[in-house]
Design a binder for this molecule. Structure first.
Ligand SMILES: NC(=O)c1ccc[n+]([C@@H]2O[C@H](COP(=O)([O-])OP(=O)(O)OC[C@H]3O[C@@H](n4cnc5c(N)ncnc54)[C@H](OP(=O)(O)O)[C@@H]3O)[C@@H](O)[C@H]2O)c1
Length: 286
């Protein structure tokens, strides 16, 4: 088996501010710090050019080491990290961002996201206002949010006129997120799917298996191609180099996603989350 993918980095999308972001990214949630440098190095070798981390994941420094040892020019890798939930006051937000840059060993991130809105317990508009500073001082090429609902998006835009470049939310065949995707599109926000494989749970679905067999691909490739064919960007995680390559194979399946395949996978929607929802994560909670 070839351990690199000629299909990567794949297509990109232009974010606000003319920033190009690969649509097929690599996630690092639950990648333990002890293995992160190896896993991210392999992802870069395989050809992934978007690495998604977060302060919450506890692996920014190890991601930074993998970036440094890759020898890749800085501008060839798109790096996303996220503001952690305990950092809410303006100075805490500024300090948290500075720590993230320091841990990553970078002077600038490509995308900085507010990880969770925590809308019932924090002033997320104030957090957004502070995050806007990092766009204006050039230390973030783009800024965005994660797990924001339409009312949260509208509130931050109304207050600051700054439209987030990205809204990273869970999207899977079991959670198609039609309303969030539609409002994102109306507002000019790029939807980026997290847990695009529903953390692997969707791969055993009978219908997914049927679609994959008919398209002559693996279940993971069918699901990832479904995301891309819907126009989404995504970040997918695997600790296995073989599965990193397998997942990238979805880029060759997109053109085979006919109406029958799209309708079969979209028809699996049952508004079921594989991770936390926006109201599950509040300040001081887990
Ligand atoms: N913003 C947020 O709140 C938020 C929340 C969750 C996740 N995220 C981001 O989204 C990324 C992706 O989400 P995720 O890691 O939760 O879930 P995911 O990418 O949907 O699925 C990852 C799981 O699927 C397995 N897997 C991957 N490829 C496979 C394949 N081809 N065949 C079989 N199993 C496969 C992985 O196992 P192996 O590693 O063993 O291959 C892992 O257990 C995260 O890493 C993170 O960067 C963001």
């Amino acid at each position: 088996m070839d351990h690199t993918s000629s299909l990567l980095p794949g297509p990109s999308v232009t974010l606000r501010g003319a920033v190009e972001m690969p649509r097929f990214g690599f996630g690092t949630y639950k990648v333990e710090p002890g293995v992160t440098e190896r896993v991210v190095s392999e992802a870069l070798e395989v050809g992934y050019r978007l690495i998604d981390t977060a302060t919450m994941y506890g692996n920014e420094a190890e991601v930074g080491r993998a970036l440094a040892s890759s020898g890749l020019p800085r501008e060839e890798v798109f790096v996303t990290t996220k503001l952690n939930n305990p950092d809410v006051e303006p100075q805490q937000v500024r300090d948290a961002f500075a720590r993230s840059l320091d841990s990553l060993g970078l002077e600038q991130v490509d995308l900085y996201l507010i990880h969770w809105p925590m809308a019932n317990t924090t002033d997320y508009v104030s957090r957004w206002r502070t995050v806007c500073e990092f766009l204006h001082d050039g230390r973030a090429r783009a800024i965005g949010v994660s797990n924001f609902q339409p009312q949260h998006l509208r509130a931050i835009i109304d207050a600051t006129t700054e439209v987030p470049a990205v809204n990273q939310v869970e999207v899977t065949p079991y959670l198609t997120q039609d309303e969030v995707r539609q409002v994102d599109a109306e507002l000019g926000v790029v939807t980026q799917a997290w847990s695009p494989l529903a953390r692997g749970t969707v791969l055993d679905d009978f219908v997914v298996g049927q679609v994959a067999e008919r398209l002559d691909c693996t279940p993971a490739q069918a699901v990832l191609a479904w995301h891309l064919a819907r126009g989404e960007s995504l970040v997918v995680k695997s600790s296995s180099r073989e599965r990193m390559v397998e997942n990238a194979g979805a880029l060759a399946v997109v053109d085979r996603m006919d109406d029958e395949a799209m309708e079969a996978l979209t028809g699996l929607n049952r508004d079921e989350r594989s991770g936390s929802g926006p109201d599950d994560v509040e300040f001081g909670g887990r």
